[in-house]
Design a protein around this ligand. Structure first.
Ligand code: NAD
Ligand code: ZN
Ligand code: ZN
Length: 368
C-alpha cells in the first residue's frame, strides 16, 4: 500500500515527508494505522547525524499510538481494531531476560532492530524499489507502520491517542525509573534532576510511590512549575551548588533516592553526590554523549550510595504500559500538561525546532 511518511534522507537535513510503499505484515507482524506520535530527542539525535549508529534512508519516529488494521500469520495477542502503543523496547516473554523480573531488556530482536530491519532481516518500507529502513523497530512518523507483535502493547481503547503515545517513551521511562528501577519506598525523600518528559515522569512516579518529599531541579522556571503540578514539593534552580543545597535541605544527609534525567554526565555526578550515605540510590536515565564518562569518587559508594541505570524505566512494555495507562485513566497521572503542541505529519521538522527551543514538553503529530 502507499502511505505518507517522514523520511530521513541525509543526516543534518530536514526530514522529507513523501509517499512510500508499505508491504503487508508477514508472520508475527502487525499493520498499525497510526493516530498520534510524539516527537522525541532520540529522533532528532539520529536525524542530526550525532548518533554514530544511525542510518538512512529511514522513517523515524518511535512514540506512536494507533489501531491494529491487519495481523500476519500466527499473531494471537492483538487483533484488528485493538488500540496499541508502540514499543521500541519489545517484550517477547520467552528470552532469558523476559523471563526474569530483574530486567526489561528483551533479547529477541535487538540486532535486527539496531540495523533498521524487522526480525526476519528485511524491511517492509520501500520507495521506487529501494529499501527504506525502520527506526527503533517503530517508524511512527508515518500514517501506518508494520511492527513485530512483541513490540505492541494493547491498551484500553478509552485512552486518547494523543496522551497514550507519550507512554511509548519518555513518560513511561520516568514513571518506571521511580516505580521499577528505584522502587521508591513510601515516606522517602527524592530528588529529580531534569524536568523534561523523563524527569516529570519520575516526579509523578515518586508521588505514586508515596514519597513524602520530592525535590525537582531544573534550569527552567516554567518546567519547575510543571514539576510542582506533578507532585514536586521543593523546586531548585540547577547549577553549581545544587548538591550542597540538597544536603542542607535534608539535614546534611542527602536524598533517599535521586534521579538523573538530563543526559549530562556532570549532572549524573551531582545526582550521585546528592544521594544519602547508607542507602541512597541514584538512578541514571539520561543518555550521555558518545564517549563521555561518569566521574565518581569511590568512597561515596563504599559509604553506601548505589548507582543504577534505567532503560525505558525497567518497564516490560506489553505487561506494564497498559497498567500505566489504566492508572492515567483512573486519574492518578496528569498527562495533559505534557502535550504542548499538536502538529501535522507535514510539520514534523517544526516539531524538532520546538524541541530545540525547549518550547513545551512534547509536540505530538496527529493524523486527521
Ligand atoms: N533511559 C531511557 O530509556 C530514556 C528514554 C527516553 C529519554 N532518555 C534520555 O533522558 C534524558 C531526558 O529526556 P527528556 O526528553 O526529558 O529531555 P529534555 O531535554 O526535555 O529534559 C532535560 C531537562 O534537563 C534540564 N537540565 C539541563 N541541565 C541541567 C542541570 N545542570 N541541572 C538540572 N537540570 C538540567 C533541562 O532544562 C531540561 O528541562 C535525555 O538524555 C534522553 O535522551 C532516556
Ligand atoms: Zn523517545
Ligand atoms: Zn524477550
Amino acid at each position: 500500500m502507499k502511505m505518507r511518511a517522514a523520511v530521513l534522507e541525509r543526516f543534518g537535513e530536514p526530514l522529507v515527508v513523501q509517499e512510500v510503499e508499505l508491504a503487508e505484515p508477514r508472520a508475527g507482524e502487525v499493520l498499525v494505522r497510526l493516530a498520534a506520535c510524539g516527537v522525541c530527542h532520540t529522533d532528532l539525535y539520529t536525524a542530526s547525524g550525532a548518533d554514530p549508529s544511525g542510518y538512512a534512508p529511514a522513517v523515524l519516529g518511535h512514540e506512536g499510538a494507533g489501531v491494529v488494521e491487519k495481523v500476519g500469520e500466527g499473531v494471537g495477542s492483538v487483533a484488528p481494531g485493538d488500540h496499541v502503543v508502540t514499543l521500541f523496547s519489545p517484550q517477547c516473554r520467552e528470552c532469558i531476560h523476559c523471563r526474569d523480573e530483574r530486567t526489561n531488556l528483551c533479547l529477541a530482536i535487538r540486532e535486527e532492530q539496531n540495523q533498521g530491519h524487522l526480525p526476519d532481516g528485511t524491511t517492509r518500507i520501500s520507495r521506487d524499489g529501494e529499501d527504506v529502513r525502520h527506526f527503533m523497530g517503530c517508524s511512527t512518523f508515518a500514517e501506518y507502520t508494520v511492527m513485530p507483535e512483541i513490540a505492541l502493547a494493547k491498551i484500553n481503547p478509552e485512552a486518547p491517542f494523543e496522551h497514550a503515545c507519550l507512554f511509548a517513551c519518555g513518560l513511561s521511562t520516568g514513571l518506571g525509573a521511580a516505580i521499577n528501577t528505584a522502587a521508591v519506598r513510601a515516606g522517602s525523600t527524592c530528588a529529580i534532576f531534569g524536568a523534561g518528559m523523563v524527569g516529570l515522569g519520575a516526579v509523578a512516579g515518586c508521588r505514586l510511590q508515596g514519597a513524602e518529599r520530592i525535590i525537582c531541579v531544573d534550569l527552567s522556571p516554567e518546567r519547575l512549575e510543571l514539576a510542582r503540578g506533578q507532585g514536586a514539593t521543593d523546586l531548585l534552580e540547577g547549577g553549581e551548588g545544587t548538591v550542597e543545597r540538597i544536603l542542607e535541605m535534608t539535614d546534611g544527609f542527602g536524598a533517599d533516592y535521586t534521579f538523573e534525567a538530563t543526559g549530562s554526565v556532570a549532572v549524573m555526578r551531582q545526582a550521585l553526590e546528592a544521594a544519602r550515605m547508607g542507602w541512597g540510590l541514584c538512578t541514571v536515565a539520561g543518555v550521555a554523549g558518545k564517549g563521555e564518562t561518569l566521574d565518581v569518587v569511590p568512597r561515596l559508594l563504599i559509604t553506601g550510595r548505589r548507582l543504577a541505570g534505567s532503560s525505558f524505566g525497567g518497564v516490560k512494555g506489553r505487561d506494564q504500559v497498559p497498567v500505566l495507562i489504566d492508572r492515567y485513566l483512573d486519574g492518578e497521572i496528569d498527562v495533559a500538561p505534557f502535550l504542548s503542541h499538536r502538529i501535522a505529519l507535514d510539520e514534523v521538522n517544526r516539531g524538532f525546532e520546538l524541541m530545540e527551543a525547549q518550547d513545551g514538553i512534547r509536540s505530538v503529530i496527529e493524523h486527521s
